[in-house]
Design a protein around this ligand. Sequence first.
Ligand code: NDP
Length: 433
Amino acid sequence: KAKNASEPEFLQAVEEVLESLRPVIEANEETYRKEALLERLTEPDRQFKFRVPWVDDKGQVQVNTGYRVQFNNAIGPYKGGLRLHPSVNIGIIKFLGFEQIFKNSLTGLPIGGGKGGSDFDPKGKSDREVMAFCQSFMTELCKYIGADVDVPAGDIGTGAREIGYMFGQYKRIRGMYEGVLTGKGLTYGGSLARTEATGYGLLYITEELMKCHGESMEGKTVVVSGAGNVAIYAIQKAQQMGAKVVTCSDSTGWIYDPEGIDVALLKEVKEVKRARLTEYAAARKSAEYHEGRGVWSVKCDIALPCATQNELLIDDAKTLVANGCKAVCEGANMPTTLDATKYLQDNGVWFICGKASNAGGVATSALEMTQNSERLSWTFEEVDAKLKDIMVNIYHNIDDAAKRYGHEGNYVMGANIAGFEKVAKAMLAQGVC
Ligand code: NDP
């Protein structure tokens, strides 16, 4: 703890994982201690921090900080997104990279854990400025990545535009056409259904959870936070399943739309105009706009946090329980604080943590890597069907793991155990490295 005292998010993520691994650790204590397995698991293989200088539209040089943490490659090349947001620091990237190890393991695909990003804020920047940043960022990052080494992807602030600029720069410097990034455009090696994958995958696992408790999505009221990539496609799939989604949010405010969010309008505002949610409210009669945060105050059957870390707090958990919410499935990474998670679980809410429920994004990224290696492209239906299978399997794997250790229904524990077991076996088999 002392060693990582300045990285609270990283400590939070490690604490959650280690706490829920307690029964597995106790059962294998001697081996893990002798092999220093947990010490090795919580120390990244390596981390890079670098200067990213770029020129803005006024001719002024700006300087940001870039990061890449290669956490663990016991089961495959490092894989994880690049976050571009002013809040990014090494602690955030380390927490995300650590979580990614277990999430990637849960997909059943051969991918290790990593994460990266920068404190650059793409908001309000021109396309040329974003390109200048991305090219400078990749000029350094390209030294450390490769199709069989480390394959970054999108995350907050990194969408198709940013991935395109970065891919172009990698190709130019390395002189190689390889699947070094995922989330690419469809004309240059991207996979169909990758854009939708995290949001759709979240709904596939939520649907399976409901089904296994004798319920369906049909007619359910759902609250969603966020209005980015994950949120938009979660809303779309929930509606296709017959649920009604009544909220979304961004970092300045939130929408309550009792008639159900209009996905086409939301996409126009967020994906095309890159505007604020006030524009959604202005264009839609049934919608109310509120400043600040507040989606969790709306009565619902299912809550899907899809914005960012630590956005569902203990008081929100109390409100959700009081309002009769049955299930919380995380679309974002670590959106629910530890005390809020515990409160939800203690009060009978079915809770699936992000490393299981948002794994559809990275799983489809791994399918993009497979297609790139094959030099083939699969149809939307093929990718979507594989995604659904993966998510349904994840549900049953985490459910079984929780049952095996006598904690039926504790999907956080199940996810950490199931994700950990495969990585631990691989690490032990590969000796001290
Ligand atoms: P986007 O950048 O597309 O959207 C993020 C959304 O969350 C935006 O609506 C944004 O609002 C809001 N948001 C971001 N930061 C904050 C903040 N500090 N406070 C309040 N709201 C905030 O990102 P994604 O949808 O891709 O990612 C959302 C979450 O899902 C993240 O935790 C990410 O790590 C996780 N995730 C994403 C995957 C993917 O495939 N995209 C895969 C797995 C996990 P605003 O527009 O105002 O910034």
